[in-house]
Design a binder for this molecule. Structure first.
Ligand code: CP3
Length: 343
């Protein structure tokens, strides 16, 4: 029996709307903070038994319809030798940021043997999860390029866009290399048994639709096209991408992720036919009293019904200060409020 999550991604009928949460594992959970105590982030991402345990933690609390692999978008970059680390409270930082064509040699293709811990963790998770699907993921080309070029998190992505506008030839070579690495990283996860994949191009909302089409879409299209033969649903997500939703779908995704800035019925109008939607409760709503959360979640479900398929999620990751009990209650509410009576 195909899971409700995969069925919704394929725009097939479901008995109730499937739900999972971006960053459902992580700092909002005390058991996560315990297992991570004294272990650097990227170390925890290279130990199969730690990856497996952290991925499973939220499933013991929440009746979510999918697990997402515990990893990070910079894991494949580190695996090919890029000097990237994750600083607590900061995010990814790169010692020697990407500057010129000479730096392309630091981005060799990713081989499955570079990430044995991913294969091992995905295999053991798939065995453990049974019917429950595991979502694999990778970082999108713009977002990875931004960390490499800026050397760390950036609000406006100035240097990144300076390269995009100023040296399109080098930009396309860089994004081509990053797209290749993301493709291999996703293929490793699919080969080991992942049921779906999500491409997180989180910061691509920084560019205009015309620039997205020229500078990013060709690379993202290559990623999704390379995955098509695998037949697993492909989800494409970014923050602040209201003006890009049509293009995110056009790049070859089956499911378009929507942040909280645009209601799902409007998002459904912006994507072409044949796409499901994922989203889009503002993560900050979970910090409000329950009656507010409930009415906002019901609103998301109602608007989500205008899409050809809907996977309930937040508009971005779970905030670290979120009460886990609230997420448990929300998952149950989504299931109860969306239950369809069998025809
Ligand atoms: O969703 C999940 O439960 C899977 C785990 C996951 C992590 N990173 C674990 C993590 C996923 C899907 C990611 C992807 C990721 N990483 C993205 C795309 C998703 C998004 O949020 O838009 C981005 C942009 C990154 C880069 C990154 N890594 C950031 C911005 C941070 C946060 C920095 C901070 O400390 O505030 C990280 C670190 C990171 N990745 C943490 C976790 C649980 C926190 C590290 C810790 O626990 O100390």
């Amino acid at each position: 029996m195909t899971s409700a999550f995969v069925r919704a991604c394929r725009r097939e009928p479901v008995a109730r709307t499937p739900v999972w949460f971006m960053r459902q594992a992580g700092r909002s959970l005390p058991e996560y903070r315990r297992i991570r105590a004294g272990v650097p982030m990227l170390d925890s991402c290279t130990r199969a038994e730690v990856i497996t345990e952290i991925t499973l933690q939220p499933l013991r609390r929440y009746d979510v319809d999918a697990a997402i692999l515990f990893s990070d978008i910079v894991v494949p970059l580190r695996a090919v030798g890029v000097d990237v680390d994750i600083k607590p409270g900061v995010g990814p930082v790169v010692d020697r940021p990407f500057r010129d064509a000479g730096d392309l040699s630091r981005l060799r293709p990713l081989e499955p043997s570079d990430v044995p811990y991913i294969t091992e963790a995905v295999r053991s998770l798939v065995a453990e999860l049974g019917e429950r699907p595991l979502i694999g993921f990778a970082g999108g080309p713009f977002t990875l390029a931004s960390y490499l070029i800026e050397g760390g998190p950036s609000k406006d992505h100035d240097r990144t866009k300076a390269l995009m506008y100023g040296d399109p030839r080098l930009w396309h070579r860089l994004l081509g290399a990053l797209a290749g690495i993301a493709t291999s990283f996703l293929q490793v996860q699919i080969a080991a048994g992942a049921s779906a994949v999500q491409l997180f191009d989180s910061w691509v909302g920084a560019v205009s639709p015309e620039d997205y089409r020229q500078a990013v879409l060709p690379h993202t299209s290559r990623i999704f096209a390379a995955l098509a033969p695998a037949g697993v649903p492909r989800i494409h997500f970014g923050v602040g991408t209201g003006e890009l939703l049509g293009l995110l779908g056009e790049a070859g995704a089956d499911v378009v992720g929507v942040d909280w800035r645009i209601p799902l019925d409007e998002a459904a109008r912006r994507v072409s036919p044949g796409k499901a939607l994922q989203g889009n409760l503002d993560p900050a709503v979970l910090l409000a009293p329950w009656d507010v959360i409930e009415s906002r979640a019901r609103e998301v479900l109602t608007r989500g019904r205008t899409a050809e398929g809907h996977v309930f999620n937040l508009g971005h990751g779970v905030l670290p200060e979120t009460n886990p009990d609230t997420l448990a209650r929300l998952a149950d509410l989504v299931h109860e409020a969306s239950a369809r009576t069998p025809a």
